[in-house]
Design a protein around this ligand. Structure first.
Ligand code: NAD
Length: 514
């Protein structure tokens, strides 16, 4: 499988003096000339391939080329752009397992979830293909005699994409295939933990482009670089939209750089997702949902369930059943078939988890399950942990924070209004869920005075969104929406046209100017 993807990508032929190129623009590459750096596999800490850092001018040059290529690409009819994405999705289908192999290798998520990530990539390609024939504007009635107004959507320009390590292909895909179908060119800075995933996506896109040689070939680029160098993308006036996925800290740092030049920002930042289990909930169903949401991807999903509110009438039952199901989870090598929880991404993540557990205990929490590192029957060199459950009062300060590891805060509640207030009292607003058979509770939860998140689910967990809906969250999560629904509008500029087919020049609002 591994050989298959490396051969397919021709990566072996690209290695020079033990280094892979750090910049990919269309079919050309640049090796970099600065300090060497490399990624590490979270599975066993083994070293990845090395890269050399780039010069700022190499990134500026890339943006210049993308800007030029945009001039031609924007005029390619949108359904033709969609055809490119159809070729890409066919190539992805043929290589699904090999791509998932790379996702597991670099991000540490279990192979089954990695396959799911590649499937998401395929799904969003299908969605974008359909969209390529549906980039509709409105027709608006005019207040003036023999006038009409229309709304059109035009391509934007060069789009910058910054992504996190935990969805090393899907998040780029959400942005990239929509941006491309909308007629833009793209520059991608992936997480430095997952460079091969990014290079694979770019090279497969180039393979799709090779099937349509009549199209401009320099519409996509990837830079494997540190944050400092990638700032060039944030500050370059020709990058019209920055779509960034990552922590709230990252969002605040880049917003200050992008906003000063008044460019468009699409932010998909951290979550602090919660679920409410009410007295009428189907407990068996909720336990299954809690388990996947809280420990899937080792608690390293933006939508991971971090706060669980359980009504006092069912609290003991939920706690007992949850502990039983936590006990049954197999933790270990993410390539092994029966493993459900793989490693944390690195040592820093493990240390963060330990710090948060300590803080929670010092703030009155009680660790009722896990939290410790596992060293037996797991690959050496990786950071494998037993997911933690901490019973805690919601007033504890640590509960306000997103710790990007499998810690579930368990909170008992009595009153529905009170739990809604607690639910909405954190700075983040990404995903939320309620388990209830009571229609008043579910409707209230979805209403404007209910959950304040971008995603509010009924009898479903907080993670595992479908590509058809707009994905994103409110407050510190950044307000961006990606993937489905009308998220494509983020990647286009709207123009309102007024057309006069009368013999007069009437002014709007009835103004006479004679
Ligand atoms: P991170 O914030 O450390 O890094 C994310 C990306 O931003 C990386 O490519 C990183 O190199 C880059 N980056 C960070 N600071 C930067 C700066 N100052 N300038 C330019 N680039 C910068 O996040 P991570 O550890 O890779 O991923 C985990 C975080 O991502 C979590 O907070 C998680 O909730 C969030 N996330 C959010 C979503 C979402 O859709 N809302 C999806 C996935 C992950």
């Amino acid at each position: 499988m591994k050989r298959n993807i490396l051969n397919l990508l021709g990566l072996k032929d690209l290695i020079k003096d033990n280094h892979l190129p750090s910049l990919y623009l269309g079919n050309s590459v640049v090796y970099g000339s600065g300090l060497s750096f490399r990624s590490f596999s979270p599975i066993d800490g083994s070293k990845g391939i090395e890269f050399k850092s780039l010069e700022k001018r190499e990134i500026t040059h890339t943006i210049d080329v993308l800007k030029k290529e945009f001039i031609t690409w924007q005029e390619v009819p949108a359904p033709k752009r969609g055809e490119l994405i159809r070729h890409l999705s066919n190539i992805l289908r043929e290589n699904k397992h090999s791509l998932a192999y790379l996702v597991t290798l670099e991000s540490g998520k279990i192979f089954e979830e990695a396959l799911g990530e590649v499937q998401e990539f395929i799904d969003v390609c299908d969605f974008a293909l359909g969209l390529s024939r549906q980039l509709y504007g409105l027709s608006i009635v005019s207040e003036r005699y023999r006038h009409k107004m229309i709304e059109q959507w035009h391509p934007l320009g060069v789009v910058g994409i910054i992504t996190a390590f935990n969805f090393p292909m899907a998040v780029w895909a959400w942005n990239a295939v929509l941006a491309l179908v909308c007629g833009n060119t793209i520059i991608w800075k992936p997480s430095s933990q997952t460079p091969l995933c990014a290079i694979a996506c770019h090279i497969l896109l180039q393979k799709a482009l090779a099937l349509m040689p009549e199209l401009p070939q320099n519409i996509s680029s990837v830079i494997i670089s540190n944050r400092k160098i990638s700032e060039v993308i944030l500050r370059n006036k020709d990058v019209r939209l920055i779509s960034a996925t990552g922590s709230v800290k990252m969002g605040k740092e880049i917003a200050s750089k992008v906003s000063v030049r008044l460019a468009r920002l699409l932010l998909e930042l951290g979550g602090n997702n919660a679920m409410i289990v009410t007295p009428s909930a189907d407990i068996e169903l909720s336990i299954r949902a809690i388990l996947f949401s809280a420990v899937g991807t080792a608690g390293q999903r933006c939508t991971t369930l971090r706060r669980l509110f359980v009504h006092k009438s069912v609290f003991e039952e939920v706690k007992r059943k949850l502990l039983l199901s936590y006990n049954s989870i197999k933790i270990g090598n993410p390539f092994s078939k029966d493993v459900l929880v793989g490693p944390l991404i690195n040592k820093g993540s493990y240390e963060n988890m330990q710090n948060s557990i300590e803080k929670a205990i010092s703030q009155g929490g009680k660790l009722i399950y896990g939290g410790n590192r596992i060293r037996k029957n797991v690959p050496r060199g990786g950071f494998y942990v037993k997911p933690a459950i901490i019973k805690i009062n919601h007033n504890a300060k640590i509960v306000q924070e997103e710790t990007f590891s499998p810690i579930l805060y368990l909170v008992e509640y009595e009153d529905f209004d009170e739990v809604l207030k607690m639910h909405n009292s954190v700075p983040q607003g990404l995903s939320s869920a309620i388990f209830t058979q009571n229609v008043k509770e579910s409707e209230l939860f979805m209403s404007s005075i209910g959950s304040d998140c971008g995603i509010a689910n009924i009898n479903i967990g907080t993670s595992g969104a479908e590509i058809g809906g707009a994905f994103g969250g409110e407050k510190d999560t950044g307000g961006g929406r990606e993937s489905g629904s009308d998220s494509w509008k983020n990647y286009m500029r709207r123009v309102t046209n007024t057309i006069n087919y009368s013999d007069d020049i009437p002014l709007s609002q009835g103004i006479k100017f004679e």
